[in-house]
Design a binder for this molecule. Structure first.
Ligand code: DQA
Length: 143
């Protein structure tokens, strides 16, 4: 059972800077994640929050709720949230960090991730495909 977490502003996909993030919505993304999970033989639960504390609590509870891996797009929290980093580091479920846009080709402040070092890996710039690759990587590492 895998968990897909999207952080601040990702509920605005489709409306928000479509030149950067595309025209598909969060609902489209979550539908695709469900379908990809089904192909991989895994139930996928998708959640989004604009609140740092909510994301932290979902990460804390992931293991006891039976999740074996997390695909996480922390949005801008990536670049400064030591609290989110500590939440990831303080539990055992592997986390793959995903960014829809190529953060390294954008503004300087996006080049730094405070969360990536405590994640299993990081995927950036491949659009929604990054979520699929993240799910695949989690399934593969379980086998
Ligand atoms: C993002 C990149 C972040 O820099 C930005 O703050 C986001 C989305 C991405 O998916 O490309 O909200 O994580």
């Amino acid at each position: 059972m895998l968990l897909v977490l999207n952080g601040p502003n990702l509920n605005r996909l489709g409306l928000r800077e479509p030149g950067v993030y595309g025209s598909q919505t969060l609902e489209d993304l979550e539908r695709q994640c469900d379908a990809w999970g089904a192909e991989l033989g895994q139930a996928v639960t998708c959640r989004q929050s604009n609140y740092e504390g909510q994301l932290i609590e979902w990460i804390h509870e992931a293991e006891e709720h039976g999740f074996t891996g997390i695909v996480l797009n922390p949005g801008a929290l990536t670049h400064y949230s030591y609290a989110l980093r500590d939440a990831i580091a303080g539990q055992r479920v592997p986390v793959i960090e995903v960014h829809i846009s190529n953060v390294d080709a954008r503004e300087e402040f996006r080049h730094k991730s405070v969360t990536a070092a405590v994640c299993r890996g990081k995927i950036s710039g491949l659009g929604f495909l990054g979520y699929r690759l993240g799910l695949e990587a989690l399934v593969e590492s379980q086998e």
